[in-house]
Design a protein around this ligand. Structure first.
Ligand code: AHR
Length: 494
């Protein structure tokens, strides 16, 4: 691997280390909010969960959905709790008690040291309700809705900067799904009035729900053609699984993510050229993760209960490797991927798990997410990688070495993030840091396990954890390390 400080990809926007809390399963109720729990504060927020969230240094959290937002009335979740309605929630077939809503979420964000990224309902609602929410949230005072926020106990405006225009509107499963033309028009009109209320906000238009959607990438092209001037970002969503227990193919799937990102960038730039515009649209990869372990259990959950254990994937070691590679994929396009949200944050396909009334612990995927969030801020550097390759069922020429480097914000450290995709052999890595002069290794963190299916559970919460016993050594600007089979590596250099 050759890394040169003059060969830059772009500044890493810290918001690529964002996450997501949806009113779904036990993400809110029993996750971040559980009044009566021994760790709950006066608002019912679990301090043990907040501590784990702070360990990830999450800069932004998308809320309240997801599919949930497409049937949600934001007014149900504000004001006196005893007056809030219980509702049938059609996206996930549960009952939503509305004990936790918009203002509680903003309070939780402040306590957790993060920012809110709000989604508006463009399924059953439209521009009027969206612009009303911006007024309630961001307008200082002197109007019905801003004064209502003050009456609800929030004198200062929330000043939320980032807003999503609906969720997965291309998906037939979505409440109020739309064609690209229908969505492009409503997104443009909604964006227009939201920005008239607060011109400082930034807006994310819905892109395709997955790389495999039949309307991809025509959807992006049509939506941007209709809403280019009004929006700032286009979203991407993608989940992967290892349903056939074909791990070489599973680990190669980040190559699909690379091509998804590159195609969306090309589509944005095509519309830019078509419009002769100076403006660039950037990417918000606001749902991504591994998601498949819980599918069978979810199909057995009876409808219409409050906060059932939905989408509770228990992640294993190989999942952490793919999550590491997905983070590497986004860093490789740090020039255009400016926001991203691992979906989700707690209990629901999440790095953090809790037991109701009990403990909170770190899933395997917590670690690559934490390492990149902590050490992957600054400038992403072009990874010139030469590696042996393999072919899998769906991908050809998959490099065993998946890697990228980031120069820290103070320019004093370089961190190399690397996955060895080989399941049975170590990979000798040589890094040529030619322009950096003489370096030393601060630490070489490794996440490895003999059992690819090993997971952390309430009874064995530390089964898969990283260690700092990697063998990276420096000789001038030449670094050598042996990357263990099926391992995630963080090599920190100064
Ligand atoms: O994150 C789980 C779900 O996945 C979200 O609600 C939806 O947007 C996507 O399909």
């Amino acid at each position: 691997m050759i890394v040169d400080k003059d060969f830059t990809i772009g500044e890493v926007d810290k918001r690529i280390y964002g996450s997501f809390i949806e009113h779904l399963g036990r993400a809110v109720y029993g996750g971040i909010y559980e009044p009566g729990h021994p760790e709950a504060d006066e608002q019912g927020f679990r301090n043990d969960v907040i501590e784990l969230v702070q360990g990830l240094d999450v800069p932004i959290v998308r809320y309240p959905g997801g599919n949930f937002v497409s049937g949600y009335n934001w007014e149900d979740g504000v004001g006196p709790v005893e007056l809030r309605p219980k509702r049938l929630e059609l996206a996930w077939r549960t009952i939503e008690p509305n004990l936790f809503g918009f203002n509680e979420f903003v309070d939780w964000c402040r306590k957790a040291g993060t920012e809110a990224m709000m989604a508006v309902n463009l399924g059953t609602r439209g521009p009027e309700e969206a612009r009303q929410l911006v007024e309630y949230s961001n307008h200082p005072s002197g109007t019905h809705l801003s004064d209502l926020r003050i009456k609800h106990g929030y004198k200062d405006p929330h000043n939320i900067k980032t807003w999503c225009l609906g969720n997965e509107m291309d998906g037939p499963w979505q409440i109020g799904a739309k064609t690209a033309v229908e969505y492009g028009r409503i997104a443009a009109e909604t964006a227009k009035v939201m920005k008239w209320v607060d011109p400082t906000i930034e807006l994310v238009a819905c892109g395709s729900s997955a790389l495999g959607m039949p309307t991809f990438p025509e959807w992006e092209s049509t939506v941007l053609d209709l809403a280019y001037n009004q929006v700032d970002y286009i979203s991407l969503h993608q989940y992967y699984g290892n349903r056939d227990n074909d791990t070489p193919n599973f680990l190669a799937q980040s190559m699909g993510m690379d091509s998804f990102i590159n195609t969306v960038i090309a589509t944005c730039d095509y519309i830019q050229a078509k419009k002769r515009s100076k403006k660039k649209i950037n990417l918000s990869f606001d749902e991504w993760n591994v998601w498949y372990h819980s599918n069978a259990a979810d199909s057995k959950i009876d409808p219409w209960s409050i906060a059932p254990p939905q989408l509770e994937d228990v992640y294993n070691h190989e999942d952490a490797l793919l999550v590491g590679s997905m983070l590497i994929s986004m860093l490789k396009r740090a020039d255009r991927v400016k926001m991203a949200c691992i979906a989700q944050l707690v209990n629901v396909i999440a790095p953090i798990m809790t037991a109701n009334g009990g403990a909170a612990w770190k899933q395997t995927i917590y670690f690559p997410y934490m390492h990149t969030s902590i050490f992957g801020r600054g400038t992403a550097l072009v990874p010139l990688v030469t590696s042996p390759k393999y072919d899998s069922k769906d991908y050809s020429d998959v490099p065993y070495l998946d890697a990228v480097a980031v120069l820290s914000e103070n320019q004093e450290e370089v961190t190399v993030f690397a996955v060895n995709r080989h399941l049975s052999e170590s990979l000798p890595l040589e890094i040529d840091l030619r322009s950096f002069g003489s370096c030393r290794v601060i630490e070489h963190i490794v996440l490895e396990h003999d059992d690819l299916k090993a997971a952390n559970t309430i009874d064995a919460p530390n089964r898969v954890t990283p260690h700092t016993g990697g063998d990276a050594t420096a000789d001038g600007s030449k670094i050598e390390a042996l990357l263990g089979k099926a391992s995630w590596n963080v090599i920190r250099l100064k």
